[in-house]
Design a protein around this ligand. Sequence first.
Ligand code: NAD
Ligand code: UDP
Length: 323
Amino acid sequence: MNQDSLPVVVTGAAGFVGSHLCEALLAQGHRVMALDNLSTGDIGHMDGLLGHKAFTFQRRDVCLEPPRELVEARRVFNLACPASPAYYQTAPVDTVLCSVLGLWRLLELAQRTGARLLQTSTSEVYGDAEQHPQRENYWGNVNPNGARSCYDEGKRCGEAMMMAYHHERKVDVRIARIFNTYGPRLRPGDGRVVSNFIMQALQGQDLTVYGDGQQTRSFCYVSDTVRALMLLMEGEEIGPVNVGNPGEHTMLALAEMILRLTGSRSRLVFRPLPQDDPRRRCPDIERARERLGWVPQVSLEEGLERTLHHFRQLLGQQRVIVA
Ligand code: NAD
Ligand code: UDP
């Protein structure tokens, strides 16, 4: 192991992005202290890590006082928070508490120990954006009390709290605004569009397109997102920095691409558009490019192929089941 490596805390480590981040940090020789309350995470995501001598895991809620051993850490990545709208809308109180109270606990810890704290904020701070593509200096268009507000406003308050602690109490902070990220270990049942469409296509079920399918999203492969988080943590830029792939796709186009890649004969069915579902979402990534030297490397097609491989393994099948 690298002797200069820093003990690093990852909260939300059993989640989709968190588990990939832990792997990447261990591969760089860091000692990783992982926390997760396993609300949307999966202990199975850490199967390959639990035997690693530089890795420890505690089942723990970030809303509680952080474990004593965290004082050693020089870096804290905060990923604890449900990210799927289908999930966070069923647990809005936990979501807002995690985003605000959980982050407050970590900021207090960082103030005491001098650790650098990176917060995973979100493109949802832009809400149903009226500027396109979204740049970091756009303030957003968010419904403060709608179905998504527990998450959107929780993350916006998180950014405000990060900057308040930075300016007044000199806490060393970093803010990443992550756009839709996908890849292996998305949970099949968690309701996000990529996992829904892939599972439906592989099982020969109808693909559920919400609304008319003309709304857009920009999908970033998980290894690109993780690389950006690590660069942001070790660079001078505080942020906020958009982390996303600027390729913009309608949900209809995504559905069609997944049908083509799986060879599935599933059909599309249209379901009501959820409340406050943003119409267009696309990052301007100039800041990340200039200040972190980061651009995404994995195309949507290549990333979907890798993701499909994972879901096929989950389903225990080598070939696609078609309708
Ligand atoms: P995820 O739901 O897969 O992972 C979140 C993890 O946090 C889970 O393992 C969950 O059990 C854990 N968690 C939730 N509440 C907790 C609490 N109170 N205490 C401790 N652990 C808790 O989501 P993800 O996609 O891996 O997202 C990770 C982070 O990135 C989140 O903060 C999310 O808001 C942010 N983000 C993700 C995306 C994306 O597209 N994946 C986009 C924008 C922002
Ligand atoms: N969506 C869809 N079908 C699904 C799940 C989601 O058409 O089965 C749409 C959803 O309405 C949104 C987009 O896909 O417009 C992305 O949804 P997701 O929940 O993945 O993330 P969001 O960007 O909304 O947080």
